[in-house]
Design a protein around this ligand. Sequence first.
Ligand code: ADP
Length: 559
Amino acid sequence: MRANLQTSAQHFAEDFDTELTRLYKAFLQVDPLDPQTATSLTAILEGWQKSAYAQLFENIYLIIPAGKAVELKHWNQTQRKLEPVLWEKDFSAVRKVCEDSKMQVDPQASWPVVRGFPVLLIPGARTRNELVPLVESGWILLTLNRGFLEHRLIPELTKKYFTTNGEILYDVAIIDPSDHGNLLLGSRPGLKLTDMSGPEAVANVFRLRLDNLLLEEVSVTSRDFAPRASKVREQQKLLLRKVPGSSSAGEIETGTTVIKEGDKKTVHTFKVLTPNPVRQALFKHRAGSLEEVVNRIRRRNLLISFSILLLLTASILLILLEARRAHRLAIQQMNFVAGISHELRTPLSVICSAGENLADSVVDDPQKIRHYGTVIRDEGRRLTEMIQQVLDFAGIQSGQKRERGWIAVRDLVGKVAGNSHQAGRETIETNVAENLPLILGDRLALESALGNLVDNAQKYSTGVRIEAREKQNGSIPEVILSVQDWGPGIDSKDIPHIFKPFYRGRNASQIHGTGLGLSVVKQVIESHGGRVTVESIAGNGSCFTIYLPGKSEEPAKQA
Ligand code: ADP
């Protein structure tokens, strides 16, 4: 990460400086001492205005030597002319550099930037062609647009080099170490120097990137060059080559100007001095130090790994549980098949043998014949009931929906009791309250559900009572149907399972059945928005209770 960061920081600095160098290069041809400067400035500005970074600078000044002092002229863009102005206090550092007598030692050295203020100082064109003292060739001073740098260029470059998944991760600040480390420019509003303490990477900025000018040809006209160049009348080419060097004052870079006239080339060298120490760009992760970020990523990865492990464990557990369930279900189904085959075979063999006896005229006694008839009828009914139960269960499982209508509870109870009576079973005691609410439902399904409870009560005990009453459940009237018997009751260990399909209690081994009856009851009642419960005390009978939502009056359109 650190290596990547350092590379990104270098790229950031290079891109930043390239834009400044482009500006520097554009004004390199201006000769402040030429009386025609205004014309060449207009031409340069027209070209520059079309570029994406047209707002990189704000004001243009020319600094013109006058004896030992220097004078300042301001470029008035609207009137397109130069106006003499007084030196502002802000420019005192610039003025000092321009008046610096030391600069005369190396007349062709240039200071591309001035400390403490975002300006670009470009030496006059004459310095590159003539060995005149620097103070005599003049300067072009560009004040950089701080707003544009802070709100456009720096954020754009920060986004380009320090974005991961659409999020900008680093803050960038440009400081002038010689100016007490004051923050010169920041990548976001409100960024303070203290936020940048212990930066993750540092890169030098505000340096002329002569490598960007290398081998790039610039067309210039003879007038842009001072006396020696004036010999060249035609179109000329300017070629710059970088030769690195160093001095205690800063880094010296030597440029070469090649003036080409037809096949003839003239080479001139000039020097560029980058002041030392230069300005620095500091880069710092928004989340704090890089160690902290790495730790955070490590913690997050650990958390993700553990979550995945947990998920895997949970999945394995679930698969095991599911496998056990499937195994149990398979056993139950096998038992069901075995049970139902047995259950079907018993009545069938009774019917067959009774039928055979009758057919073979083994029995002549009319009373016995009647008895055989009753046996065949009863066993036939048993078979029908069993098959009906299996069909009901299959119907519910396949999700079939049947039409629903309004049912009076009294009719429902009457029908179930009547069926039982018709089947010749013991009489059922019924107790139905007056004015019970109506139930919206599938009549046949509800009959079969209540019938199943009654069948069970008759199968496992003697004496059955159906009771129907009403109870208010919040704002909804509720019909309560209970089927009470006084049989052996249900083992408490069986109670949680008796509503599951294929489950048969331990008291049922000697009694015919499929284990589907209560499962059908539960599903029918729940599909009607109700619920079914059981209360049973071993040896003291059982009471199954159905709760169904009702309506006190049948809606008009149903009437
Ligand atoms: P089946 O009666 O065919 O076995 P059910 O689903 O109707 O299947 O009943 C499940 C189990 O619940 C029965 O095997 C039995 O053990 C128990 N059970 C149901 N109703 C009663 C009852 N009225 N008295 C005692 N046990 C009952």
